[in-house]
Design a protein around this ligand. Structure first.
Ligand code: FAD
Ligand code: SIN
Length: 528
């Protein structure tokens, strides 16, 4: 096994990881590890944009209120204010890095999305994430203090935690990572580690998230002894393209923001009038996703229609060039007719608990972005608040590490990765089978509408699979697929446990057994 020691290890090269790395690199040497390619996270896929109060007619208080209405009161107001007040500064920084946001003459063009009472989404057409990812990567590649290592799948955090009992005191000293090309396991030792490994969307059969969103960061932190919170709050995006060949293609909420309407595909009824007559298609995501789910189940539909063809074709093409081109390739002309859409898992609102300094429970471990629960999103994330959270908390983690650097202890001697009792797997099919099974029962039993019975069924399946996966993990050499399967199962377990412990319906957690919302909002906090 190879060892390497760095000042700071950042796990993840998305918006959160690279923001932290760029700030840290002003003073320290930083290693950034990424599973697969450097652009493989959700950041590069983001479409709609980034929410920020930039219009004179808008206020921070409006944005705070919209965030807390969407979050069904489970948000932490201090965190919400902390993030929203830093949004204009985050946008300035991205402009300095060269992100070519759309402009209306001198001002940034602001689009609108569900749950926002004002236009406040800055964007680069309908492919904001790609532009942001490119700008951050370009800056990181040019920085001599940053080393970027793609093709490394982190397996576990290096920690001296006593695993028998939760103390919150186990120190983190970096991570063990698999070199995907050679199969060797390396120890990347660091005085400080930032977890920025993204969400757990791929627990579900249908998800807009990329393939690598398997909850690795959440599972690694949990196994190391960090608490996780609100994992039952899984966000489903209302409008994912329904197509038998192309799975997981998002149709941005900005299509509804710019006038798109939802219709029953056979009767042509604009059904949002029956669910939220005031806000219609611009109600928060949980409301719209549940309405579509209800239409699909009630009428036995495969999909509903999203239609913006009443707007001039030039307007549609100018605002949504990426989506327009993709759909044309599939024979769908969105300037002339409707787009078939279904809800799909989209965002993990829960995650590793962090404070305003991005500190986790574990000394030596900070976390930022979609793998965390910072208190910003509550029971349902407001559209385009996620990239914003990555910038603000990536920055907060870096500043905290730099501020307390002299107090951080030097890493001790690190235990070797033990491969003496494992062999190469001869049953890869076990991984594929279990992966598919998890994603299927999570979709069917732990989806948009839940019941206790369905959740208990899922918990039972998880228990059985856990024995199988643990046995497999204990006997065979690790591969990325095996690491992901183990994490996917851990994430599914945390989601189901959290869902079972919430005896109310709130935001994204809707259960037929407890349809009412409690008067007091409480976080679900799981302790390892
Ligand atoms: P990611 O960008 O997902 O990056 C995770 C990183 O961790 C990757 O580099 C990955 O390789 C690495 N990693 C994971 N596991 C391991 C491991 N075991 N070892 C090593 N590295 C690992 N949000 C908005 O605010 N606005 C939008 O318009 C928007 N649109 C979206 C559209 C789509 C289709 C999707 C899926 C999401 C969208 N979101 C949007 C959400 C937003 O994109 C994500 O929440 C955000 O980009 C997450 O950034 P991150 O840095 O936390 O993680
Ligand atoms: C979208 O463009 O609809 C996604 C926005 C988001 O997830 O915040």
């Amino acid at each position: 096994m190879t060892h390497a020691t760095h000042d700071v290890l950042v796990i993840g090269s998305g918006a959160a990881g690279l923001t932290a790395a760029l700030e840290l690199a002003q003073e320290k040497k930083v290693l950034v590890l990424a599973k697969g390619s450097l652009t493989g996270g959700s950041t590069a896929w983001a479409q709609g944009g980034i929410a920020a109060v930039l219009d004179a007619g808008d206020t921070f208080e409006n944005h705070v209120r919209d965030t807390m209405v969407a979050g069904a009161g489970l948000n932490d107001r201090e965190t919400v204010e902390f993030v929203i007040e830093r949004a204009p500064q985050a946008i300035d920084r991205l402009c300095e890095l060269g992100v070519p946001f759309n402009r209306d003459e001198d001002a940034l063009h602001l689009t609108r999305e569900g749950g926002h009472s004002h236009r406040r989404i800055v964007h680069v057409n309908d492919a904001t994430g790609w532009a942001v990812q490119e700008a951050l990567l370009k800056a990181a590649k040019a920085n001599p203090n940053i080393t970027l290592l793609p093709g490394r799948t982190c397996i576990d955090l290096i920690t001296d935690r006593n695993r028998q009992e939760f103390s919150g005191a186990g120190h983190v000293w970096g991570a063990y990572a698999l070199d995907e090309a050679t199969g060797a396991v390396e120890a990347h030792i660091a005085r400080a580690t930032v977890m920025a490994a993204g969400g757990a969307g791929r627990c579900y059969l249908f998800s807009t998230a990329p393939r690598g969103a398997t909850g690795d960061g959440i599972a690694m932190a949990w196994r190391a002894g960090a608490r996780v919170s609100n994992m039952e709050m899984m966000q489903f995006h209302p409008t994912c393209l329904y197509n038998l060949e192309v799975k997981n293609f998002l149709i941005t909420e900005a299509v509804r923001g710019e006038g798109g309407r939802l219709f029953h595909p056979e009767t042509g009824h604009r059904f949002m009038a029956d669910y939220d007559p005031e806000r219609m298609e611009l109600a928060p995501r949980d409301v719209v996703a549940r309405a579509i789910d209800d239409q699909i189940k009630r009428y036995g539909l495969d999909y509903v229609h999203l239609d913006i063809s009443h707007e001039p074709p030039e307007f549609v093409k100018e605002h949504f060039p990426t989506i327009h081109e993709k759909l044309m390739g599939l024979g769908i002309d969105m300037t002339k007719g409707p787009i078939p859409v279904v809800p799909a898992q989209h965002y993990t609102c829960g995650g590793v608990l962090v404070d305003l300094f991005a500190r986790t429970d574990l000394p030596g471990l900070w976390a930022a972005g979609e793998c965390t629960e910072s208190g910003l999103h509550g029971a349902n994330r407001l559209a385009s608040n996620s990239l914003l959270e990555c910038f603000v908390f990536g920055d907060a983690a870096a500043h905290d590490i730099l501020t307390m650097w002299d107090e951080l202890p030097e890493p001790p001697a690190i235990r070797e990765w033990d491969e003496s009792r494992v062999t190469d797997s001869d049953e890869e099919v076990v991984i594929k089978q279990n992966w598919t099974e998890i994603r299927r029962f999570m979709w069917n039993y732990v989806g948009i509408v839940r019941t206790t019975k369905r959740l208990e069924r899922a918990a039972h399946r998880i228990k059985l699979l856990r024995d199988e996966v643990d046995d497999y993990y204990g006997h065979f050499r690790v591969t990325t697929d095996l690491i992901e399967l183990r994490n996917l199962l851990e994430a599914a377990n945390l989601i189901v446990r959290s869902a079972l412990s919430r005896h109310e319906s709130r935001g994204l957690h809707f259960t037929l057994d407890y349809p009412e919302t409690d008067p007091i909002a409480r976080d679900t906090v799981l302790v390892p």
